[in-house]
Design a protein around this ligand. Sequence first.
Ligand SMILES: *Cc1c(COP(=O)(O)O)cnc(C)c1O
Length: 410
Amino acid sequence: MTKFAPSSTTQKHLWPDEHGRYGEFGGKFVPETLMYALDELETAYKEAQADPTFTAELDALRKNYVGRETPLYFASRLTEHLGGAKVYFKREDLAHTGAHKINNALGQCLLAKRMGKKRIIAETGAGQHGVATATACALLGLDCVVYMGAEDIERQKLNVFRMRLLGSEVVSVKSGSKTLKDAINDALRDWVTTVGDSHYVLGTVHGPHPFPMICRDFQSVIGKEARRQILDAEGRLPNTLIACVGGGSNAIGLFYEFVGDEDVAMIGVEAGGRAITPGEHAARFDGGHYGMLHGAISYVLQDDAGQIGSTHSVSAGLDYASVGPEHAYFHKSGRVKYTHASDEAALAAFQTCSKLEGIIPALESSHAIAHAIEVVPTMAKDDIVIVNMSGRGDKDVTQAARLIMPDEEI
Ligand SMILES: *Cc1c(COP(=O)(O)O)cnc(C)c1O
C-alpha cells in the first residue's frame, strides 16, 4: 500500500472522450432539438469550472448550506462485531436533505442560474432527487417542476408534500408503468419544448452526455474529502471502498478520486431484490445486457426484443433498469467489481447498523452495508474499508416497519 500517494487527479484516465463516450458506453442519443441544449450545457459547464467565482460560490454553499465536509466516521462497534477490517462510514446522510443528492442538485442549479435559465425541470422516483432539487431551487430563487410517476406519488406522499412546501410544482406522470422511467421520458419531453429558458437537472450519472460527467464531478467531492480524511486518520489509503449503485452517483462520487490508486479495491453493490430472475431485481451487471436507455449506452435490463425489463428492489433509489455508462466501463475494464445484495440482506443490515451504531441508514445504503457485513470478517484486522453512507433512513422507517413487523399496525 502506498503511503501518502499523490492525489490521483494526476491519473491518466480521462473519460469521457469528446463524444461523451466511456469506451463503448455513454454518448448522447437524443432528439435534434436537445443536441443544441446539451452542447450549450457542456460549454457553460466548462466555463463555470474554470471560473473561480463559480467554484468559490459553490464551495461556500457546500460549507454553510449543505454542511460539508461530511464526517468520515470510524464505526467501532460494527468493526468489533464483524471481527475483520476497520470499517469507516462516509457520512453523506448528514448532508442537508439527508443524502448525497444535494451535491449534484445544488451544483446543477447554480450552473443553470449562471446560464440565465430561470426554470428547472427534474424527474424523481421515490422523491429524494426531487426534494434535493426543490431545495436548491428555493435557495436560489428558481422555478421548479418535478415529474413523478403517478404510482410513485401515491407511495411517497410525504416527499410530494415536501416538494410543494419548498415551492415546486409536482406533475403526475400517468403513462407506461407510472414510475421513474416514465417520469424521465416526460421530463425530457418538457425540456425539448422549453430549452430556451429551462435546465433539466438529471439526478444521477446517467442520461446523455454531458450529464454523467457533470453529476460525477459534482459528486466527486465525496471521494476528495474521504481521501484526505482517511490519510489524516490512518496515514494511509483504504484497502476497499464499498457503495451502493442505483444510477451510480454516490458510488462514483466516492470512487472517482481513488481510480488512479491501483491498490484501492472498489465494490459497487446493486439491488439483488428477491432473486436474480427477470422482474425480481435491479442487478444490471448480472441480468442486463449492452443496450440503450434515456440517451446513453450502458447495461440495461431488457427482454430479447430490447423492451425495457421491469425491476424490483426494496429500495426505490436502486430500482432502475439501467446504470451509469462510466460504471459499465469500469465493469468491463475490471477496475470496479460489482455485486448485489438481496432485499433480505439489506433489511438485516439496516437493523444491524441501527442497533450497533445508532445510525439508521437509507435502505439504499443498507445494500452497501450488507456487502460490508459479508466481506469484512474475511479481511485482516489492519485492513481499512470505507462504506459510503449515501443517505439516512428516516424516509424508510414506515416501509421497514411493515416488512420487519408485518402484523403490527403502523
Ligand atoms: C438516490 C439514492 C441512491 C441511488 O442513487 P445513485 O445515483 O446510485 O447514488 C442511493 N442512496 C440514496 C440515499 C439515495 O437517495
